[in-house]
Ligand binder design. Sequence first.
Ligand code: VGL
Ligand code: ZN
Length: 228
Amino acid sequence: MLNQGSTGIREDAMAAHPPFGDEDLLLVIDVQKDFCPGGALAVPRGDEIVPVINRLAGNFRRVALTQDWHPAGHRSFASSHAGRQPFESIPMAYGEQTLWPDHCVQGTPGAALAAALDIPHAELVLRKGCRPEIDSYSAFFENDRRTPTGLAGYLRERGVRRLYLAGLAFDFCVRWSAEDAAAAGFAAIIVADACRAIDMAGSLAQAYVALSAAGVTMAAAADLSFRS
Ligand code: VGL
Ligand code: ZN
């Protein structure tokens, strides 16, 4: 027998509500074809996180996505610098910049979200790295570490207090986004098994040190499913 409350609304419908509330938001970083196996800047096993993120997203009322979204000839591409190879580092006006293979070029198939990503209720898609002269790892600030993307303002105005982060790559865009989220006053939790790392030149070890210093915590997707 169905338990009908005073409103006449079936109470078992409540069970379908996500356990996270309006102050919690899942921020899915750069889950794009170019960062998955076969893509231009493939993160090892990057595709494995897609079903994990899809499941996780079902627990959140609020989800936002980011897309790395570079113009052709972007300054972070090794191909824009004569004699330079991908994964070398060079000084730029705003500091050291790793040079990457051409990736996530605006409007190309590689810049599209991974085809299997299935989050119809995502409320925002933020594109970053759009300016030709400057890279943007973080969803909050470009790589000069001063130019805001506007995301902190959006989240504050919309009442978000706690951010759960997932995506690619753990040691670059997820790391910088999480650090900036914590610095901006949000609680920041990385869902570790919903991320994969590039792991180059010590980047993974550096990420762990920086994240722990920034007060970012790590969680597992399975643990979050039980939170109420
Ligand atoms: C990323 C390198 C270059 C990332 C983006 O999403 O982590 N990494 N552009
Ligand atoms: Zn990029």
